[in-house]
Design a protein around this ligand. Structure first.
Ligand code: DGP
Ligand code: NA
Ligand code: NA
Length: 213
């Protein structure tokens, strides 16, 4: 008896800080699992690896690093998890990822010292997401949700440049979602998009693509 292998979908949520991504990723994975769709929540940076620990210290301002060096560490943190990512997808589990290479470019290129095209290079060839959801929330609205914390990057002028970089990365494949609504309303919208996408099954016969190639 043979069975057609059905890979999982690679789904990425992006957005500025305070756009609600982390909450929505969690609710999305819970909803998929409740409906019998195997799914896992991942995030980048993944702070639990050795590389991720350095990145985390940097974000918490426990250490200083050259902008180029930290950009490459964020990127290496994604690359170090690629084998596990591909294996998980192959086994039929859908991945919902809180931030990916688009954060890499949007945040790093917001720095004076780093060039947009240079920032893309280290992530070229990563597994290409099947679906990219962008939670769109104005910088002012985001700042009003709660005070930005003490982490690096959580300042309005910086976030404004991040949003501009996201806009420059966006193409027609991105789904831009208005995030200026209640948690449950936003969840219902995301759940409907993602469930339709996964159940449509377009990705099942397709190999995972390579980003920016
Ligand atoms: P989070 O744990 O999702 O709050 O992310 C921590 C911060 O790091 C957030 O401000 C976004 C930023 N960030 C995420 N990925 C990257 C990356 O690849 N490069 C840079 N420079 N910043 C990133
Ligand atoms: Na954050
Ligand atoms: Na720049």
């Amino acid at each position: 008896m043979s069975r057609i292998a059905r890979r999982g979908a690679l789904i990425v949520l992006e957005g500025c800080d305070r756009s609600g991504k982390t909450t929505q990723c969690r609710k999305l994975v819970d909803a998929l699992n409740t409906d019998g769709i195997p799914a896992q929540l991942w995030r980048f940076p993944e702070r639990d690896t050795a590389i991720g620990q350095v990145v985390s210290d940097y974000l918490e301002r426990k250490c200083e690093l050259d902008d180029h060096a930290v950009h490459l560490l964020f990127s290496a943190n994604r690359w170090e998890l690629v084998p596990k990512m591909l294996e998980t997808l192959k086994n039929g589990t859908t991945l919902v990822i809180d931030r990916y290479a688009f954060s890499g470019v949007a945040f790093s290129a917001a720095k004076e010292s780093l060039d947009f095209e240079w920032c893309k290079k280290s992530d070229v060839g990563l597994p290409r997401p099947d679906l990219i959801l962008y939670l769109n929330l104005g910088v002012e609205a985001a700042a009003q949700r709660s005070e930005y914390g003490g982490e690096r990057y959580e300042q309005k002028p910086f976030q404004k440049r991040v949003a501009e970089n996201y806009a420059a990365l966006m193409d027609d494949d991105w789904k831009v979602i208005d995030a200026a609504k209640g948690i449950n309303e936003l969840h219902d919208e995301l759940k409907s998009i993602v469930k339709n996408f996964v159940l449509k099954g377009d990705v099942h016969g397709e190999p995972v693509g390579k980003l920016w190639t």
